[in-house]
Design a protein around this ligand. Structure first.
Ligand code: GLA
Length: 388
């Protein structure tokens, strides 16, 4: 986690010398359940020990926000009443959360904010959700008497992505960042929003991320196209079955998908095929985890990678290569993590194979692509909170 004193020193330097309150929110991993959240399915994320830390203080103005992104050394001031909002993409997360909180009836006025992060950007670990939930946590404390519920913070984060950042994401990332608990993964049913904490301490195994450093960027990307494909399939199934209620792919069966195959076309069909399979895999992984059967967990992870790569088509050459290296090294399970189009693989590896795997993956990846993958050991941490 980012050192509080580091953030504080910048906050003091860039504003009027006064201190504020400090908040932090984490990025996330996801064991399995990719692109299922906006399809009403299950996800299996956990918060990590890396994220965004912000110092914030009410500045007494009606609507002026003075914001400093410490890592980028970039200062942006903007007005909450400006309907266009700031141009800088990082400042739009602050603007978006403030606007969404105002919609909830929270009387957000002017404030100062400086923030820094240690969750790698563009690695598919949800640095953007970490920002949203951190800013939400701060605004809730500064202006909302902490009456905004955790779920409303999650939804304000998601609405910020939809309304101000151009990504029609689901709720997994913001959920994990707000609700995370040290040592626990969470199984979330994205339709009912019920969830359970799963203590995760796989005896004799380690979870490690390998960051390909191919920058993953969801804004304006084919992410939204994937979501549209899923929605097209649901619409086609609904039209065929007017007696039923089909809101998302969660409500659809394999048979119904086959029925609309010709009508929706191969691309939409194949994408929906992945989602139905992924929905089943999350449940299989939960059963396997309860039984301590990590071999099955790993096998499902490989199946997910295959589906994300060949059916959902959100992989890239570098991620497929990292997956091949995992297989070659006898890693139990490995797959693309997060939205795809770059970022990390998540690997479940036996502790006795760990060193050899990492050394081999680094050397071979560097020989092929000119740089080593970044190795990120996963520590499951707590969700959004005020630090001081
Ligand atoms: C991104 C989105 C999430 C989710 C994942 C894929 O991280 O923000 O809502 O859809 O991709 O599982």
């Amino acid at each position: 986690m980012i050192d509080i004193e580091f953030v504080r020193s910048r906050f003091i330097k860039h504003f009027d010398g006064k201190t504020g309150n400090v908040y932090t929110s984490p990025g996330r991993i996801n064991l399995i359940g990719e692109h299922t959240d906006y399809n009403g399915g299950f996800v299996f994320p956990g918060a990590v020990d890396k994220g965004i830390t912000a110092e914030m203080r009410v500045n007494g103005t009606e609507d002026t926000v003075m914001a400093y992104a410490i890592d980028l050394k970039d200062r942006v001031d903007f007005h909450l009443d400006d309907p266009a909002g700031p141009k800088a993409s990082w400042a739009r997360y602050i603007y978006g959360i403030a606007k969404e909180f105002q919609k909830l009836g929270v009387p957000v006025k002017g404030f100062n904010i400086a923030f820094a992060g240690d969750v790698p950007l563009g690695a598919g670990m949800s640095s953007s959700a970490a920002m949203e939930s951190c800013f939400a946590c701060g605004l809730n404390d500064l202006f909302g008497e902490n009456k905004v519920s955790q779920w409303d913070m999650v939804l304000a984060g998601q609405a910020t992505e939809h309304n101000y950042c151009g990504v029609n994401c689901g709720i997994m990332d913001q959920f994990a960042s707000v609700f995370g608990k040290a040592g626990c993964l969470m199984r979330l049913d994205c339709r009912s929003r019920e969830f359970e904490y799963f203590p995760f301490k796989p005896d004799g195994y380690r979870l490690v991320l390998l960051n390909s450093k191919v920058k993953h960027e969801l804004a304006g990307s084919p992410y939204n196209d994937r979501r549209n494909s899923c929605e097209n399939v649901v619409k086609a199934i609904q039209a065929k079955h007017p007696e039923g209620k089909f809101e998302t792919l969660r409500d659809c069966t394999w048979e119904q998908l086959e029925e609309v195959r010709a009508e929706v076309g191969e691309e939409d069909y194949t994408r929906a095929h992945f989602v139905l399979g992924e929905k089943d895999r999350v449940l299989a992984v939960c059963d396997a985890l309860l039984a301590g059967d990590y071999e099955t967990v790993g096998q499902k992870m490989f199946e997910t990678h295959y589906g994300l790569s060949k059916e959902y088509e959100v992989s890239c050459e570098e991620l497929d290569y990292l997956n091949d290296l995992a297989k070659e090294n006898g890693v139990t399970g490995s797959r693309i993590m997060g939205g795809g189009f770059g970022g990390c693989t998540i690997n479940l590896v036996r502790a006795d194979l760990y060193n050899k795997f990492i050394a081999d993956a680094k050397a071979k990846f560097a020989a092929k692509y000119g740089h080593e993958p970044e190795v990120i050991d996963v520590v499951i941490g707590d969700g959004s909170r005020r630090l001081c």
